[in-house]
Design a protein around this ligand. Structure first.
Ligand SMILES: Cc1ncc(COP(=O)(O)O)c(C=O)c1O
Length: 451
């Protein structure tokens, strides 16, 4: 099907995509038609290797038979029931399955329709928790520069990605930022481990300056995507956990990208050996077969929301589509698939393969840092690997490599200085090699025009 036959010019001018200049996009639009396994196909029949799981979403791959069958079955059964007056069999089954996979005692679940709803809910939960446990002045949320927690106003206020948030400022009060653990370019000019993990311990100083009796929660992505696959040193979360315990602050992990096997365990909480009070889920919970999200809450916190009707302590929060039977059935099939095929282990295996190929590329002299866990891996480019000097922004190296890869049929996450790999966890050894072959070829070609 030619794009013209879709009335593309007119249609595209009336369709805003995400963070995208539509005038540029309309000149050479990518219009997908079909997807199977780790492959997309566009309306012109061009195939794309999905090196990004859509956008960190399709963990079980496209066109998964178990999930498709579950959709058909559930369509016949029941598609909607609001979480206001009842629940449904599938939501209960999903909650039961997830509690077995969660770290620690995160055994209470609430479902939503995406990541932003999940992070908003987690922050609201923290505020209400403190209000009804004798600390009504705790309202501030600490988060990190370069982080991203979603597009809605509260989630965005907690986000630290300047370009995405500054058009919408000012936000409500009570959002405090700290620097993320960008070890390769330490904001304090220090080096690990001599630094004593200052990026974590300084959070306590910030809390003391803010007044601990005003701080409700810390929300962090275990591995930060938007800053370039920011991966903390091993002690980082243990220190944050201790600080939170000491000052009665809820630790919230935004696992919207890192959940469901992506980092080589079910959740990054397990990868890093730290149990938060709340885990936010999205993306991989349904592998994108339906919009879906959720939060898992520890028993200790959930207890504060259970009481008599007169006490009025239930979580004062709701969304029309949360845990609807169709989404729950899809997530149930998706999580079962991840479990039965042991995809967290596959993520570790294929992740090592990607890592090895990137290590080999150090011979090109522009690989500054490789970071991530499992099948969430980033590479940072530098002009000089010894001094860590970056290419000038005008070179736009990562973007040029990413765009060339796209032309050659490989989808990656790209930025001027880094590129991320996060293919479906079902990717084969051969497909992983193909992905890395295309990436290496594009890097070498772009580099030859730069140096
Ligand atoms: C870490 C993180 N949190 C939250 C969100 C928001 O999720 P959604 O776009 O489903 O609302 C995203 C989306 O990219 C994300 O990457």
């Amino acid at each position: 099907m030619k794009t013209e036959s879709l009335g593309d010019q007119i249609a595209l001018e009336h369709l805003f995509l995400d963070f995208m200049q539509m005038k540029d996009f309309a000149k050479n639009p990518i219009i997908m038609k079909r997807a199977r396994g780790v492959w997309y196909e566009d309306v012109n029949g061009k195939k794309y290797l999905d090196g990004l799981s859509g956008i960190f979403v399709v963990n079980v791959g496209h066109g998964n038979r178990r999930v498709i069958d579950a959709i058909h079955e559930q369509l016949e059964e029941m598609t909607f029931g609001p979480p206001l007056h009842s629940t449904n069999v599938r939501a209960i089954q999903l909650a039961r399955l997830l509690t077995d996979l969660m770290p620690g005692d995160l055994h209470t679940l609430k479902f939503f329709s995406g990541g932003s709803e999940s992070t908003e809910a987690a922050m609201k939960l923290a505020k209400q928790y403190h209000k009804q446990t004798g600390n009504p002045n705790k309202y501030k949320v600490i988060s990190r520069y370069q982080g991203y927690h979603g597009s809605t106003m509260g989630a965005l206020a907690a986000s630290g990605t300047t370009k995405r948030k500054s058009p919408f400022e000012p936000f409500g009060p009570g959002y405090v930022k700290v620097f993320p653990p960008t070890c390769y370019r330490c904001p304090y000019g220090l080096e690990y481990p001599g630094c004593g993990v200052l990026c974590a311990s300084i959070v306590e100083k910030v809390i003391k300056e803010e007044d601990p009796s005003t701080v409700a929660a810390i929300i962090v992505e275990p591995i930060g995507n938007t800053g370039g696959i920011i991966t903390p040193p091993p002690e980082y979360f243990r220190i944050l956990r201790e600080i939170c315990d000491k000052h009665n602050i809820l630790l919230i992990f935004d696992e919207i990208i890192t959940g469901f096997g992506r980092t080589g365990e079910w959740f990054a909480a397990q990868t890093f050996g730290t149990t938060p009070d709340v885990i936010c889920m999205g993306k991989g919970i349904s592998s994108g077969y339906t919009p879906m999200g959720g939060i898992a809450i520890s028993d200790r916190i959930a207890k504060a929301f259970l009481g008599t009707a007169e006490e009025n302590v239930q979580f004062a929060h709701g969304n029309t589509f949360g845990g609807n039977p169709l989404s729950a059935a899809i997530a149930l099939a998706n999580v079962t698939e991840i479990k039965e095929r042991d995809l967290p282990t596959k993520a570790r295996e294929r992740g090592s393969q990607v890592w090895k190929r990137l290590e080999e590329m150090k011979r090109l002299g522009i690989v500054g840092d490789i970071r991530g866990k499992g099948l969430l891996i980033g590479i940072e480019f530098v002009k000089d690997a010894k001094t860590k000097e970056q290419f000038p922004d005008s070179v736009n190296l990562g973007v040029r490599i990413g765009k060339m890869a796209l032309e050659k049929g490989l989808i990656l996450r790209y930025d001027p200085h880094w590129i991320a790999f996060a293919p479906p966890l079902i990717i084969s050894e051969d497909e992983t090699d193909k992905m890395m072959d295309i990436f290496e070829e594009c890097t070498t070609t772009v580099l030859s025009s730069v140096k």
